[in-house]
Design a binder for this molecule. Structure first.
Ligand code: PHE
Length: 463
């Protein structure tokens, strides 16, 4: 019997090594969580969905759905110690239920591939802006000039495709080397540095004269703007930003030492992640209003607002370049985790090396990425269902597959798994455990289902 299949879950070992410490794990999960979701996506979906009400629903989803799902995912990962597909199958069988739970893992692997196919394109866009900032292209530029730079860039499938290719190359490179090496160091430096730059930007936006307006847009809810589709988007954003519902955190949990506290680590990650997203909003919305831009303008929002701030501040070339470098790093450490479930699966299932698996999966994602590249130019008018190819990938993976994956994960951890097994991983049956269990068994699953059913119109309104 292989050691990683040991009957005693406490004795199982991952085939891919383990994190060197509790801090290394927290950094890795934070590296996965903090990314384009916080700085690129959060402000623009909040803007498209009317601000305040969306933001409050999102925060509530992080606390009462996101946290229990994250804890469930890590506990399943650590107990199974294998790739998410094998872990779900193994635990399903071990709990005396079906091995078919591995379908949840498979759906996660698929969601990771779909998400990274567009995530890498935006990561490439970020990378391109490192060079644009450094060249001084934004210095003193007007809103119209900055919009023109952005349109010229996304309008050319070759430019967008080139940077997408570089970004995917970088991701494949790190995944091929193994998760621990390099990644740990990158995150240790990146998260604090990113936080520092966000604070510099915050000072700038406070001085813009429109801070109050930005604050109001973000936090004063206009409930009339809230539809069930908006609530679904807020819930999807909570899953996306925390990297949950697709097995990334489960894969990382598989490399977690036995004694580390799962609840403490999850809370630390959720707090860091939410703070960075909130800061991003506080920086971006005042700039939107100060420059007469539209908060609902969509995926180009960060690329329209921040360069303007950098273009006007002293030292803007340096700060701007540094900011886009850090954002590229943040995207990079997330991209790696989007690939990890698929790569770990290929390595374990087909006995390939990590390098082979990373190239195989990465190559597939790279090719699929051209669907998104073309959505911004050649195929911009090719629309169905939710809009362009990019819009559909985004909605399907983030708003549907992640919450569905999260639903099945909490149902498994809360209902299928026996109490002893989950208490064993969560450090005994104390208050935190009881709270987790109520959230995982009732609040999270009912909440997710309710939002789904409402959004597709299957539940009638009571009023
Ligand atoms: N959480 C990452 C971000 O906010 C994206 C991500 C989603 C990473 C799912 C891994 C898994 O950018």
């Amino acid at each position: 019997m292989l050691s990683n299949q040991a009957a005693d879950p406490g004795k199982r070992k991952s085939l891919h090594g383990h994190w060197s410490s509790r801090m290394a794990f927290i950094l890795a999960v934070t590296g996965s969580a903090v990314g384009l979701g916080n700085i690129w996506k959060f402000p623009y979906v909040a803007g498209q969905n009317g601000g305040g009400a969306f933001v409050l629903v999102y925060l509530a989803c992080v606390a009462i759905i996101g946290l229990p799902v994250m804890m469930s995912e890590i506990l399943l990962g650590r107990r199974g110690r294998r790739n998410p597909i094998a872990t779900m199958g193994l635990l399903g069988a071990e709990e005396g239920k079906s091995e078919n739970w591995k379908v949840v893992g498979a759906m996660g692997v698929m969601a990771g591939v779909l998400i990274l196919s567009f995530y890498a394109v935006i990561g490439g866009w970020t990378l391109a802006y490192v060079f644009k900032s450094a060249s001084g292209a934004f210095t003193g530029a007007s809103a119209a000039e900055i919009a023109a730079i952005s349109n010229r860039f996304t309008g050319s499938w070759m430019s967008l495709g080139l940077y997408h290719t570089i970004f995917m190359g970088l991701s494949i490179f790190v995944v091929a080397r193994g998760v621990e090496r390099g990644l740990e160091q990158a995150v240790r430096f990146m998260v604090p540095a990113l936080l520092f730059l966000m604070i510099v930007l915050l000072a700038y936006s406070i001085n813009s004269g429109y801070f109050g307006q930005g604050l109001e847009f973000m936090f004063s809810p206009d409930w009339s703007k809230l539809t069930w589709d908006t609530v679904l988007a807020a819930m999807g954003q909570a899953f996306f930003t925390l990297s949950i519902g697709m097995g990334a955190v489960m894969a990382y949990g598989a490399y977690l030492p036995e004694e580390t506290s799962i609840s403490g680590s999850s809370a630390a990650v959720a707090i860091a992640d939410t703070s960075i997203a909130t800061l991003a909003g506080l920086v971006i919305f005042p700039l939107v209003f100060a420059n007469g831009l539209n908060p609902g303008e969509g995926p180009g929002l960060v690329f329209a607002t921040l360069p303007m701030a950098f273009g006007q501040m002293t030292g803007g070339v340096i700060f701007g370049t540094l900011f886009f470098v850090l954002l590229t790093f943040a995207a990079w450490t997330s991209a790696i985790s989007l690939m990890e479930p698929a790569v770990a699966w290929i390595v374990e299932r087909f006995n390939h090396t990590r390098a082979q698996a990373a190239m195989l999966i990465g190559g597939l994602i790279w090719a699929a990425g051209f669907g998104t590249v073309l959505s911004f130019n050649v195929l911009a008018d090719f629309k169905f269902w939710r809009g362009t190819i990019f819009d559909n990938l985004d909605h399907l993976s983030i708003n549907i597959m992640l919450p569905l994956g999260g639903l099945l994960i909490v149902v498994f951890a809360g209902w299928v798994m026996c109490r002893n097994s989950s208490a064993d991983e969560l450090g005994g049956a104390g208050t935190i455990y009881r709270l987790w269990r109520v959230l995982a068994r009732f609040v999270a699953p009912i909440g997710i289902l309710f939002v789904f059913l409402k959004a597709v119109g299957l539940l009638p309104d009571l009023s």
